[in-house]
Design a protein. Structure first.
Length: 247
């Protein structure tokens, strides 16, 4: 009973914070420059994690200038965890996110690039868009697994989107993500796999006890003249090695 009441309280604060963020996006963003927007994104993401009862532990520093972040994928919470450290990161996301109520407008405001998986040639369009962003000195972030895992083992890394970094000789920084809680090194509360809906996931997260998001920004890899499949394997190995060392 106490756990359910605590979860309900968290969800109410989550909705309130989401609406606050939407107000900022609609009313303030049009008048803010990029650094000010990034500051808002960082504040909002950090507070949302806190509202949901999630602590944040970060190690490492983000690469400077144009860079591609490559992270393992566990939950919709991954983006908030990364934005709490790298608010300038523009994520590549599946187009399905556009259908999410409230969150879709917030995701748009963060400069998200959408990939329509049903269209075979859409990946090429996204690679070109990513390459231009990297040339412009922006930070882009991708989840090369292509879907979420249970956090206990990495899925194979797809290499297609890495071509944007290779074509622009941009450094690629692997990011290892993990969520633990008071009883498990890999928390079940944040799992977002299979047929789990967003509402179901929200409730499970809100019910979590002592959840901590661990974000490790690992040394960047040079992409100059790299083979994208070999680079994908190297990045996967970097992340896997870091995840096996902790929690």
């Amino acid at each position: 009973m106490i756990r359910s009441a605590r979860a309900a309280g968290r969800l109410l604060r989550c909705v309130a914070h989401g609406l606050h963020g939407l107000g900022i996006v609609l009313l303030r963003f049009p008048h803010l420059d990029a650094p000010a927007r990034h500051a808002c994104i960082q504040w909002w993401s950090t507070k949302m994690l806190r509202v949901l009862g999630i602590a944040l532990q970060v190690e490492g520093v983000p690469a400077t200038g144009g860079s591609l972040l490559v992270a393992n994928h566990i939950s919709w919470l991954d983006i908030m965890a990364v934005h709490a450290m790298c608010p300038q990161a523009r994520f590549v996301s599946k187009a399905d996110v556009k259908a999410w109520p409230l969150l879709s407008r917030l995701v748009d405001a963060a400069g998200t690039l959408y990939l329509e998986r049903e269209r075979k040639r859409d990946a090429l369009r996204v690679v070109h868009t990513m390459a231009q962003a990297l040339k412009d000195g922006e930070m882009v972030a991708v989840f090369p697994e292509g879907t979420t895992s249970d956090g206990r083992a990495l899925l194979p890394f797809h290499a297609n989107l890495l071509q944007a970094a290779i074509a622009t000789c941009t450094p690629v920084q692997p990011v290892a993500l993990r969520f633990s809680d008071s009883t498990q090194g890999v928390s079940r509360a944040v799992e977002f796999i299979g047929d789990t809906t967003l509402l179901q996931s929200l409730w499970r997260v809100a019910c979590g006890d002592g959840v901590t998001a661990w974000v490790a920004l690992l040394p960047a890899r040079d992409s100059t003249l790299a083979d994208r499949r070999a680079l994908a394997q190297t990045l996967r190995a970097d992340i896997e090695a870091r995840l096996t060392r902790r929690v």
